[in-house]
Ligand binder design. Structure first.
Ligand SMILES: CC(C)(COP(=O)(O)OP(=O)(O)OC[C@H]1O[C@@H](n2cnc3c(N)ncnc32)[C@H](O)[C@@H]1OP(=O)(O)O)[C@@H](O)C(=O)NCCC(=O)NCCS
Length: 330
């Protein structure tokens, strides 16, 4: 196939969160935590929790259908489905293949990306490459996670996460619009700071791993905080340099939602007024790969994003994985 270089933009967004709400007050009644602390320190008031029979692919499909509708496309016009998740339906096959089947998008290629909270951001960058080179035209990128299913509800770090999915359809754009820059980073030396120790090939599921609760996530909160406020501003400054823009040119930042403290500190280091930083962790907590596309969909449907707005995406997640990108909205 002839290789070309095309600009890439977002032509549709969608999102879905489960109905069940769990408040801080409720968590206070089941674990040793404090509702005010969760709200004041993390910025979280409540989170959504998937039903017992809802898998990641169910949330992903609902978000995906809405994004395809919003893009005014038909399912058979989607060339590629990328699902970013760290709570896949099964170890194999990929959740993307399960989503493809549920959407009946049999003309699409489908694969997953595992980059935890940076997953959707990584997914957009991959999609961007395929569209830019002319290989594919319309790509559905979904970020979906159900951390409730890998959470130990007897430990106080159950307060951080919620379940949800968001999606975007990426397609080719005219010159002078769409994505202007991407910077992605990884550092596997952080692999122990946030992890699910068992259930993979290193430590297969057994009665012992279940008894020792090794199938739940484990997090070193202090390491997450320290790393995030170090790497996020650096990545953001890189994409600003790449594009010749300054922090004053940013209309909105649509970041991952790890907690309000990390975002406030990042904005302070950058000199970005916090009013420009969009958040929704108060309603949904950290939905991992779901945060950026859910927030993007809410902003898009609220009519907040105007033509030529400069939008900054930034994410940091386990691995470590992180990065930033800038899009000129159209
Ligand atoms: C969670 C975080 C605020 C804790 O701060 P810390 O200084 O690293 O951790 P500490 O264990 O020393 O706790 C500090 C205080 O918070 C309280 N605290 C920590 N976790 C708590 C919880 N889940 N519920 C209630 N209080 C909590 C501690 O009791 C302690 O209170 P004290 O000062 O009165 O003793 C901070 O590490 C953070 O924001 N990390 C980022 C985590 C994150 O974003 N994770 C999700 C993305 S992967």
């Amino acid at each position: 196939m002839q290789q070309v270089v095309r600009n890439v933009k977002i032509i549709g967004t969608g999102s879905y969160v489960p109905e069940k709400i769990i408040t801080n007050k409720y968590l206070e009644s089941i674990v040793d935590t404090n509702a005010e602390w969760i709200q004041n320190i993390l910025g979280i008031k409540e989170r959504r929790i998937a039903a017992e029979n809802q898998a990641t692919s169910d949330l992903a499909c609902k978000a995906g259908v809405k994004a395809i509708e919003n893009a005014k496309l038909k399912v058979d016009e989607i060339d590629l489905i990328i699902v970013a998740t760290s709570t896949p339906d099964r170890l194999c096959p990929s959740t993307a293949c399960i989503v493809q089947d549920k959407l009946k998008a049999y003309d699409a290629v489908a694969f997953d990306i595992a980059a935890v909270c940076s997953g959707f951001f990584y997914g957009m960058s991959v999609a961007s490459q395929y569209i830019s080179s002319g290989v594919y035209s319309n790509i559905l990128v979904i970020g979906a996670d159900v951390f409730s299913k890998i959470t130990d509800w007897t430990r106080r770090d159950c307060v951080f996460f919620g379940d949800g999915a968001g999606a975007a359809v990426l397609s080719h754009a005219n010159e002078n619009e769409g994505f202007l820059a991407f910077r992605l980073y990884s550092d596997g030396r952080g692999k122990h700071s946030f992890t699910v120790p068992a259930g993979g090939s290193e430590n297969p599921a057994s009665t012992k791993t279940v008894n020792e609760k090794l199938h739940y996530f484990q997090m070193n909160g202090r390491e997450v905080y320290k790393t995030a406020i170090d790497v996020l501003p650096k990545a953001i400054n890189k994409v600003l340099d790449d594009t010749g823009l300054t922090v004053d040119d940013i209309d909105y930042m649509i970041p991952h939602q790890p907690g309000i403290g990390i975002l406030k500190k990042t904005a302070e280091i950058l000199g970005l007024p916090f009013e420009k930083v969009l958040t929704n962790m108060d309603k949904y907590a950290n939905t991992s790969a779901g945060t950026i596309p859910i927030l993007l969909d809410e902003a898009n449907r609220a009519g907040k994003l105007k033509k030529d707005n400069i939008i900054l995406f930034a994410a940091v997640g386990a691995g470590w994985t992180w990065g930033a990108s800038i899009i000129k909205w159209s």
